[in-house]
Design a protein around this ligand. Sequence first.
Ligand code: PMP
Length: 412
Amino acid sequence: MLTESSFAARSFKPAARIAEIGVSEILQIGASAAAMRKQGHDVIVLGAGEPDFDTPDAVKEAASRAARRGETKYTALDGSPAMKEAVREKFRRDNGLDFSVDEISVAAGAKQVIFNAFMATLDPGDEVIVPTPYWTSYADIIRIAGAVPVLVACDAANGFRLTADQLERAITPATRWLMLNSPSNPTGTAYTEADYRPLLDVLLAHRQVWLLADDIYEHIVYDDFRFVTPVGLEPALRDRILTVNGVSKAYAMTGWRIGYGAGPAALVKAMAVVQSQSTSNPSSISQAAAIEALTGPQDYLAERREDFRMRRDLVVDALNAIDGLACPRPQGAFYTFASCAGMLGRLTADGRRIGSDRDFCAYLLNAAKVAVVPGSVFGASPFFRASYASSRAELDEALSRIARACNELQRQ
Ligand code: PMP
């Protein structure tokens, strides 16, 4: 008998634009870990893309006051006037940049800002250059927009930074955008002014190519690294750069869903058209919270940064102490991206051969009950990403389990 739901399952046909886009593998790993937990296994997940800190109290209070004041209605489409002012203040204070109100766009997360920008500008056949390893949503959003992500493999020896030569070779007449992300998810690599300069010079010579700079990890940088954003370095490119940022990572506000962009007014206007037919305005309460985050006291950012730095060093040192792993010390974000090349070819206790980073991560999940993400998910093998946005106790336990499981692997 054909039940209602099996009929629906048979007749369901996804649109071509999403047919080749799978569910995020990172979410799938999280689901496997959750299923193992349910069976009673004590799994530690080092997969999270969000800070483990709580949203600051002052930010929560601001949201609560806004709700009580009745700020519970639709706001201006791509951000309330007060929210846009807060974003302008942030760019002045942190980056020395002056944007006008019509150059600011506010959405439900940096992800929606990027989605709006690509939907507003890409046609079938257009190309977007995405250096790898990369945050996988970039490529999938580009595909949803009907365009082609052109993945350019960056060299681990160069910290996975894109070089001017690689950029020059990847540009074609169909190139519309270059996507850059510093500090990077998944590698933690950050670009200095000297790293950006040659890339900006290439862009100056190719007038059809715009730059989307994803600065979402701006405030999570370590040691004496000085964050810079491309539009601040090359004013001549100002009419071709969209700078994207948000409150998710710096202010531990992933659930509030507020991101923003600053770029040419014509682009911002086109992005508002996309948003007007999807979500309309970002949440009014969340905008009130984000205003407090962006314009209130900023001193806790330095404390949290220092806390992340200690955890980064803990994880990097522990991974490097394991024979077969090599982990560079990232300049920012809260991820390590270690090579597991030395593990390939080794055998598990039940005789299975580690043939790839996927095999290695599956082994860690089964043998060590630690979930990390294979580099192949981000377009680079053989590596794995571990997030250190977890408590020190959890990191200590995870690292000793990883060391034990690695030491149990037999060389052939
Ligand atoms: N860019 C990068 C590189 C990210 O890692 C993330 C979050 N995982 C985002 C953008 C999206 O952030 P938001 O929560 O503001 O949508």
